[in-house]
Design a protein. Structure first.
Lengths: 352, 352
DNA sequence: GAAAGAAAAGAAAACGCTTACATAAATAAC
DNA sequence: GTTATTTATGTAAGCGTTTTCTTTTCTTTC
């Protein structure tokens, strides 16, 4: 009895230890091991303790695939995104991860540009639900399929609501509207808008908001005041430079850039042409990226509550999973952060 | 025949469609479906096409748990980290994700501060291998267990090599050494070091490198020249401010900060006391974060090739998985980026 | 001390898939 | 037109779990 105490022999010495190994070593059946491990209090304490000790000694870790094959939930959420670049990504992920943990879920982040990979993961049943931030990769048909398959999902970059899927997005329309209104309140009338990427929801909405504010204040809209910056520093730099060059007589009072990166390109271009910001022209962006505060001049911008978005999205997703609510659309309002790139319009000679 | 074409009836109308549903609907056995789906070219083309069409129509997606239970590999790598904050995280992830995709692997990022969660995932057989960036959460014992279980892993923040695990880290010692040497080459002799977090490998190594460079140049080491900045802007600001206050007679020629964030805090503190950077004092950091370029003055720093680290780590991991090599340690050298926060020491009155 | 009842442990089916093997069908050989 | 080959499909076992249900063991109770 004691002589074979140490001669533990697993069938496959190099393989992973399974519940069978534990059962054999502990001298009980696998169902008993399972019960011991899962705290089903139906075992005599001594048995349970013994099994647990054996499991510990063998470094037994349950195979999740076997487990999930049976289980109805994995307590795992997914976050699918095509790209993690961009400075606020980590704020979003950090917030989501913390909140998931608080709610007792794990978070699996998958970065892929391949729709197939994403869908397989979503529908491959390894996740209870999924947060999605991809750019128009998933089309109508895919959404329909997901809906049919009862996938629980929350989108972060598109508006969509049905039985099992919802959205948590920024109110970019309001952001564009508010920003424009703020610039108008400073006395600016000629306001140029530097557009981002026309296929992106945010970009389009911001511009619509801008146009609405102009309309509301009866400021005539000038088509030539819409520049294409593509959300990029260089693109904006070039656009603004050539614009300023060709419109020396009609320099705008202010530029509203599609995002902060674009605002930086704008300011650099203006400086290169000998204009001062904000003395000659005001410039405003969106996002409030890290850099905004440190740039010279520090950027006036509309801040998105990124962490809040992450938390609300996770909350919503968990409620969808628990069938506590239907999918719905939540819009988050931005907050105007006034720094030094914008100023009251004081000098009538501006825009000479 | 045609009248029941649309009356597809699955056992469980709300449940997910399985391989059985496809088999029934296609009128073949499940093994035939499996073969068709996995491109085992043993089927008559017509059969295969038919099965594929049925699968498509039913929106069949294989359950990964069932699949992986049998399979020996998942073609999935994991990246485990305790936190994603810090501006270079996304560079790392982006590089890893792209490279994984290129090599035919998926990447699963798990953010968790719970060791148990991490280990369960690693050892739960859902991943072929794992990249690890956590701070001393996983201890000796865990590593031993992982080694015994033949886990394939590459660590990004600790040095370790054995049969199945390796490391890809920055040579922080060399970075500290090189940075100090560079400052000395500018003529600075009194160089203060602003330490980070003393439990972190990088922090300790950088300081060791700094000390080694001083030694090599026979510059006496002054204990009071070591400040505690904790890798944070505010911590550094306070430390530098009080230091400057209490050492008006012995202001260093240069400050070497544990990272860029710390360097920024340092410069702010110096400015607040009326000193100019780099005219009065040179300041240098580590990392080359985004902001470094835009700060005023732009920061001289040691850049880490973060994307390179990610790529090398993935490469190494995949080789470990394929048993093409044993675990080993790779050290990446930093690169000094000279900007305007450092300058030649010209004025003997500095450090008055 | 035997029968009944409660408690503990085990046997076996099921989850969805792959795969080695067996069988059936089609083709080739004589 | 049989029989031998090849080719195509089906059968069934097994992957590691959980879980229902049955069997065994232990307590009571009289």
């Amino acid at each position: 009895m004691s002589k074979n105490k140490n001669v533990l022999k697993r069938k496959n010495p190099m393989g992973k230890v399974t519940i069978k190994d534990v059962a054999r070593e502990a001298g009980v059946s696998i169902s008993t091991v399972s019960n011991a491990l899962n705290n089903v209090d139906v075992l005599v304490p001594a048995t349970k303790a013994h099994i647990l000790a054996v499991a510990e000694r063998l470094n037994y870790i349950p195979n999740l695939n076997g487990k999930l094959l049976k289980a109805s939930e994995s307590k795992m959420l997914g976050f699918f995104t095509t790209s993690v670049s961009g400075p606020y990504f980590y704020v979003l992920v950090e917030a989501m991860a913390r909140h998931c943990e608080k709610l007792g879920y794990g978070l699996n982040i998958v970065v892929a540009k391949d729709k197939r990979a994403i869908l397989n993961n979503i529908l491959g049943q390894r996740l209870d639900g999924v947060l999605i931030f991809e750019e128009l990769l998933i089309d109508e048909k895919d959404v329909a399929m997901m809906e049919k398959a009862q996938v629980k999902a929350v989108f972060l970059d598109r508006v969509l609501e049905n039985e099992t899927m919802g959205s948590v997005i920024f109110d970019s329309y309001a952001a564009g509207y508010d920003a424009t209104k703020y610039l108008i309140s400073l006395g600016h009338k000629k306001i140029a808008y530097i557009s981002g990427v026309d296929t992106m929801y945010d970009s389009v909405q911001r511009k619509e908001g801008y146009l609405a504010a102009l309309r509301e204040h009866q400021i005539p809209f000038d088509e030539s005041y819409i520049l294409q910056g593509f959300f990029e520093e260089e693109g904006t730099y070039n656009a603004v430079k050539s614009f300023v060059h060709s419109h020396p007589e009609t320099l705008p009072h202010a530029f509203l850039a599609g995002n902060d990166v674009s605002a930086i390109g704008c300011i650099k271009a203006l400086k290169s042409q000998g204009y001062q910001v904000p003395e000659d022209v005001s410039v405003m962006g969106f996002d409030d990226i890290n850099l905004a505060e440190y740039f010279s001049p520090p950027l006036t911008t509309v801040k998105n509550q990124i962490a809040r978005q992450g938390i609300l999205a996770v909350d919503h997703l968990v409620k969808l999973i628990k069938n506590e609510e239907k999918g719905r659309i939540q819009k988050l309002q931005g907050e105007i952060i006034v720094r030094r790139s914008s100023a009251l319009k004081v000098d009538q000679t501006i825009g000479r």
